[in-house]
Design a protein around this ligand. Structure first.
Ligand SMILES: [Ca+2]
Ligand SMILES: [Ca+2]
Length: 214
């Protein structure tokens, strides 16, 4: 069953361990856009595969202006902070947080250090916005185990705004449980495309800025 967004925000906010959570949803164009919970290759380009470090979560600025990311947090289903974003994200921009980035942040900030901690048997990813004394839920996605199989990403399609589908080009899903796969490849730090022509071209400068957060 899919809950209405307002109900989802209320239910999840009540579970939050962070101080002063509220039942409201934040008004920001930043969205969760793609999730790799079951990596089976070296996604972060470190030269080695790690089931912890090579997990990733992609966020997208779906708005028309740049966003200051300094008050956004990512948690998994247990609501423990896994990463606090920083810097800015251009209009239409995509940013990937790898498990290694999360692990390093957890170490530096004295949080339990497990990386993004995305369970392969199903979990949730939540994006929060700290506004004054309140911590508002911006976006969340709960996935099942078939969405977290090896090298399958779950992402919005169309990019930024669509429903969640499995980008399963690297490991096709043949079962019947929703969501289904689209046989397209995961796209960390790039638009979630599947057959369509990119609507905007990336400059080399914008590509470099996306990877600065690694
Ligand atoms: Ca790696
Ligand atoms: Ca993507």
């Amino acid at each position: 069953m899919r809950l209405a967004p307002a109900v989802t925000c209320l239910a999840l906010a009540l579970l939050l361990h962070l101080p002063a959570a509220t039942s409201a949803c934040a008004d920001t164009p930043l969205r969760l856009n793609e999730i790799m919970a079951g990596p089976a290759r070296d996604w972060d380009g470190s030269g080695a595969f790690s089931s912890r470090d090579d997990e990733w979560v992609e966020v997208m600025n779906t708005g028309a202006a740049a966003i200051d990311l300094s008050s956004f947090l990512i948690t998994d289903g247990d609501s423990i902070p896994r990463y606090a974003l920083s810097g800015a994200l251009a209009a239409g921009g995509h940013l990937v947080i790898y498990g290694k980035t999360s692990y390093d942040w957890e170490h530096a900030t004295a949080h339990p250090a497990f990386g993004l901690s995305l369970s392969n048997s199903g979990d949730s990813v939540m994006l929060w916005h700290v506004v004054g004394a309140e911590t508002l839920l911006v976006d969340s996605y709960k996935y099942a185990s078939h969405e977290a199989a090896a090298d399958r990403a779950i992402g919005r399609h169309p990019d930024g705004t669509g429903d969640w589908v499995i980008f399963d080009g690297l490991n096709p899903y043949t079962g019947t449980a929703p969501p289904q796969g689209n046989n397209c490849n995961p796209s960390p730090a790039a638009p979630n495309l599947c057959g369509e022509t990119p609507t905007r071209s990336l400059t080399w400068g914008s590509v470099k800025s996306m990877y600065k957060s690694r």
